[in-house]
Design a protein around this ligand. Structure first.
Ligand code: PDD
Length: 283
């Protein structure tokens, strides 16, 4: 593992510690960001940074660093793992104070930490997975990348118990997203994904997939769709920084298409891989 960046210091993981009075620990009062580095290069840093700023602004937590400073911190972390293929995790909480009180004191010093974990970017399209349809029990500001993830964790555990890789969530029959990913369906060669409103986290991968799919000549609609439309889709896939484009072959007992990777999904996944800062197939 890399060193830990904590409040301006570079520490060994076993040295890195925060106060038990940190509001992140007591109230999950904070936000996070996750971004993939490929050989030391990040895909879409500006978009990750823009989302980090949006989340901080929504929570009224000051941003302690500039965009350039953040990029340099992330690059320094990425370079500490093999091949600089890294998932960078950033977490910023409102800070620590005693005694515990719901209303935070003004002008707290945020707690800032970042780490890098080694990962291997997928070389080919992953095999289809099974996901599970569950009711979305989370709060109504899913657009903020908050560290309050209890709803997501409960849903992920329930999906796992049912034999699924991820949940696919719905509110009153309208599909939202997964516990840690966005969803797409394909019907009659048109690609659909729920709109980036307050009911989902607008994924950086989601945005990039939309652009890549349009550039590949596909029609993409950011439109709400129902559970019935999900279940009768020709193809389905999910996206995230760590999964990139992941085909879904089954939802509960319902097979999607023929259960295999659909042709549109394959086209998008291939175009996505080719758009990364470097392509494994080019090695
Ligand atoms: N999760 N929706 C939710 C609820 C998420 O937690 C994530 C990402 C996404 C996809 O966002 P992006 O494409 O920017 O990674 C959608 C990250 C990977 C995580 O929590 O680890």
């Amino acid at each position: 593992m890399s060193q830990v960046f904590l409040n301006g210091h570079w520490l060994r993981p076993e040295e890195a510690a925060v106060s038990v009075f940190d509001r992140g620990f007591l109230f999950a009062d904070g936000m996070y960001e996750v971004m993939p580095f490929y050989r030391g290069h990040v895909l879409l840093f500006a978009k990750h940074y823009a989302r980090l700023e949006r989340s901080l602004k929504a929570l009224e937590i000051p941003n302690p660093y500039s965009e350039d400073e953040w990029l340099s911190i992330c690059q320094t972390l990425a370079e500490q793992v093999p091949d600089a293929n890294a998932i960078i995790y950033i977490q910023i909480t409102r800070g620590a104070e005693y005694p515990r009180q719901h209303l935070p004191s003004p002008d707290l010093e945020p707690t800032v930490m970042a780490t890098a974990t080694h990962w291997t970017p997928p070389a080919t399209t992953a095999l289809p997975v099974r996901t599970e349809l569950l009711e979305d029990i989370r709060w109504l500001r899913c657009d903020i990348k908050s560290i309050s993830l209890l709803g997501n964790i409960m849903l992920k555990r329930e999906a796992s118990r049912l034999g699924g890789f991820e949940p696919v969530l719905h509110r009153a029959g309208r599909v939202t997203e997964g516990a840690s990913c966005n969803y797409f369906i394909v019907k009659d060669e048109v690609v659909y994904t729920p709109p980036a409103d307050e009911l989902i986290l607008g994924g950086v991968t989601r945005d990039w997939v939309i652009q890549v799919a349009k550039e590949a000549g596909l029609e993409v609609r950011e439109e709400a769709f129902s559970v019935a439309e999900l279940m009768s889709a020709d193809e389905c896939f999910l996206t995230s920084s760590t999964r990139e484009v992941q085909p879904v072959g089954q939802i509960g007992d319902n097979q999607i298409g023929n259960g295999q990777i659909g042709p549109v999904t394959e086209r998008i996944a291939t175009a996505f891989r080719a758009s990364r800062p470097y392509s494994l197939s080019e090695e």
